[in-house]
Design a binder for this molecule. Structure first.
Ligand code: MG
Ligand code: FE
Ligand code: FE
Length: 170
């Protein structure tokens, strides 16, 4: 980002190194979420496999796009996106849940927890930048809007599974 852009943020009391650190944690989360979804879509088994795989593939693409948005903003702020994949594990807030049990019900549970964590993290970034850094705030809001949609998509499938299971139990 240009010199003036950074001066303005400093005048609002934004500590650039703190903000960049927060963004790099979100960046780590996005890559790990991307891989978790991408691999989950490959290994998923169970019912309804097709609906789950379609969501996982779509969400993986969204998480990768989010990683790109966050990286671009880190660079604008004068920072460097985490350079090593090893740093993703060190810096992540939301962690990585491997799809070692590929049952779609387990994958849904893991990924819903991931989305809920992501929503919380972007809320933190919004609180940190509110009335101080409208560009980062706007980015976090747009990403959070996607994460809320992701959570809802996965919970809707979970609901369908419950309905199906209760019918089968009768
Ligand atoms: Mg979706
Ligand atoms: Fe994301
Ligand atoms: Fe998401």
């Amino acid at each position: 980002m240009g010199t003036r852009g950074r001066e303005i943020l400093a005048s609002f009391g934004i500590k650039l190194d703190e903000l960049i650190k927060l963004l790099n944690k979100a960046y780590a989360d996005e890559w790990l979420a991307y891989y978790q979804y991408w691999l989950g879509a490959k290994v998923a088994v169970g019912v309804p496999k097709e609906a789950v795989v379609a969501e996982l593939i779509q969400h993986a693409a969204d998480e990768l796009r989010h990683a790109g948005l966050v990286a671009d903003r880190i660079i604008q702020l004068g920072g460097t996106p985490l350079l090593e994949p090893q740093a993703w594990i060190k810096e992540t807030n939301c962690g990585y849940d491997s799809p070692k049990d590929p049952d779609v019900r387990v994958l849904l549970k893991q990924n819903i927890a991931g989305e809920q964590c992501a929503i919380t993290q972007y809320k933190k970034i919004m609180d940190y930048t509110k009335d101080k850094d409208p560009v980062t705030y706007d980015m976090a809001l747009r990403i959070m809007t996607d994460e809320i949609e992701h959570e809802e998509d996965l919970e809707a499938i979970e609901e369908d599974i419950k309905i199906m299971e209760s019918r089968l139990a009768k």
